[in-house]
Design a protein around this ligand. Structure first.
Ligand SMILES: O=P(O)(O)OC[C@H]1O[C@H](O)[C@H](O)[C@@H](O)[C@@H]1O
Length: 536
């Protein structure tokens, strides 16, 4: 559950796509009423996507002039004039983004001193299905609950970024079949309004676009493992070949902030996706027509974006995993486009990753490349665009191995072992040559540490890196989001500049490095696992 508070002023309540529970929304409204909040905004039916929350917090001003300056926590044990008085204001996330570590740490400390909470139990449940304002009056003054259609705010913002007319023309081409899978998350509501009603896609383009509290029994993760129906429809499941899959397919996660981009029988890695968007943004997306302020990626994301930044002479930043690090750069005007290997892509229009934005960005690139070609023989396809990109910038073969729910002490020992190994490059290279003689030398090994160029804060222990002479990398990290035991993520990347070799099968190209990574780390010995849980 996301909640946003400016004490004494406004609160945006949204069901995070992953956990949207209507009962929880009613509880938060009752707590807000008892804790000095004056106005609550609720997305109709609780269906606020994470990007829409960020957009609402940044843009929305109520009829009474109150602004949805968002924070994220209800101050239980509210004590006017007392020590917690400034809590909501001090920790407000006015930029609409996720909270930085310094703030979440302080919130955690604060939770340890909470002794009671206030709740207006007598307040009747609000009707969150109907758009409109309900006003209540209480001893502390009036309390308004406004239910609004968040797609209106979001579409207004998207229209200031993209050229909807050129995307409409692309979608009107009989040769361009489009498919969008919301995996029964909140994106479905936005997809119908934007792709079908605004841009003219056919209703049949939408898969699983009815939000369901249980996601229809599926797992709303936009990747090749969980977006099964889309993967089949796009012709990517070899056991279920399709005659003529759509030209373009995309999926969203439960709260619509992440995305997967597919072409006909073709998968675009998230690392390539952000690099390709950055390389084409100025030509294809009106919002960026005067140039990019800079680009950024998370450390484990492949270096495809680095090559684009170097070629186009753009400011470039490598930050730890977590969107909050991009927010600081954007607030300082240093970064326009950013992305993560974990299927998050976005820009400085908000301070969150944005799954629908990413799809509109790809549709804009396709519309731009095909603008004089819509009646021609063949459209420029997603695969053509990626192939041209590799020919220009080289290809970063990339894969991620996840070992989920590993015994936490084994995972810690593995990380400790890898750090210790880093004390001697000669030793590392001796071990590696004993495993495979056909990989290049490790030239640098470290634990990634980041100094935020804006506020000077330092984030340590952000993943263990082995960097090779030919631009290849091995990265080991412990996930910050796994829910049981520990999740080890192993990222394997190999750079290929020779355009005659960029079309190779990815798993085949990466096989030598995979072998090195598993043997160098003693993965099986430390985890007891002979294979990863998920390969992306
Ligand atoms: O790799 P993990 O630590 O599990 O994190 C995976 C992802 O989790 C969240 O979605 C964060 O917002 C992302 O920034 C991060 O990339």
């Amino acid at each position: 559950m996301n909640s946003s508070q400016s004490a004494g002023a406004t609160l945006v309540v949204s069901g995070d796509g992953r956990y949207f529970s209507k009962d929880a929304i009613q509880i938060i409204v009752k707590m807000a009423a008892a804790n000095g909040v004056r106005r609550v905004w609720i997305g109709q039916d609780g269906l606020l996507s994470t990007p829409a929350v960020s957009c609402v917090i940044r843009e929305r001003v109520g009829a009474d002039g109150s602004k949805a300056t968002g924070a994220f926590i209800l101050t239980a044990s509210h004590n006017p004039g007392g020590p917690n008085e400034d809590f909501g204001i001090k920790y407000n996330m006015e930029n609409g983004g996720p909270a930085p570590e310094a703030i979440t740490d302080k919130i955690y400390e604060h939770t340890k001193s909470i002794k009671e909470y206030l709740i207006a139990e007598d307040l009747p449940d609000v009707d969150i299905a109907t758009i409109g304002v309900t006003s209540f009056s209480g001893p502390e003054g009036s309390f308004d609950v406004e239910v609004f259609d968040s797609t209106v705010d979001y579409i207004r913002l998207m229209k200031t970024i993209f050229d909807f007319t050129s995307i409409q023309k692309l979608l009107a081409s009989p040769k361009f079949i489009f498919c969008y899978d919301a995996l029964h998350g909140v994106a479905g509501i936005y997809a119908r309004r934007i792709f079908v009603e605004e841009l003219g896609a056919k209703e049949s383009s939408l898969l699983n676009c009815m939000p369901k509290e249980d996601f229809g029994g599926g797992h709303p993760d936009p990747n090749l493992t969980y977006a099964k129906e889309l993967v089949i429809r796009m012709g990517l499941d070899k056991s279920k070949p399709q005659d003529d899959p759509p030209e373009f397919g995309a999926a969203a996660d439960g709260d619509a902030d992440r995305n997967m981009i597919l072409g006909k029988r073709f998968f675009v890695t998230p690392s390539d996706s952000v690099a390709i968007i950055a390389a084409n943004a100025v030509q294809a997306i009106p919002y960026f027509s005067s140039g990019l302020k800079g680009v950024a990626r998370s450390m484990p994301t492949s270096a495809a974006l680095d090559v684009v930044a170097k070629n186009l002479n753009l400011n470039f930043f490598e930050v730890p995993t977590g969107w909050k690090f991009f927010g600081n750069l954007m607030d300082a005007g240093l970064c326009s486009i950013c992305g993560e290997e974990s299927f998050g892509t976005g820009s400085d229009h908000i301070r969150e990753k944005d799954g629908i934005w990413a799809v509109l960005a790809w549709l804009s690139i396709l519309a731009c490349k095909n603008k004089d070609n819509l009646n021609g023989e063949n459209l420029v396809t997603v695969e053509d665009i990626v192939g041209q990109h590799w020919a220009t910038y080289g290809r970063h073969f990339y894969t991620r191995y996840d070992y989920e729910n590993v015994d936490a002490s084994g995972a810690k020992e593995l990380m400790g072992y890898l750090v210790k190994l880093q004390s001697s490059l000669a030793e590392i290279n001796k071990i590696i040559k004993g495993i495979r003689s056909d990989v290049s030398d490790v030239v640098h090994a470290d634990e990634f540490e980041y100094k935020d160029p804006v506020d000077g804060s330092i984030s340590k222990h952000q993943g263990i890196r082995y960097l090779f002479a030919d631009g290849s990398r091995l990265v080991f990290r412990l996930s910050g989001t796994g829910s049981e035991g520990a999740t080890i993520r192993l990222y394997i990347e190999q750079y290929e500049k020779d355009s005659s070799k960029t079309a190779r099968d990815s798993q085949e190209a990466l096989a030598p490095l995979v072998e090195v990574a598993l043997k160098l780390s003693n993965m099986q010995e430390f985890t007891g696992r002979s294979a990863p849980t998920v390969i992306t």
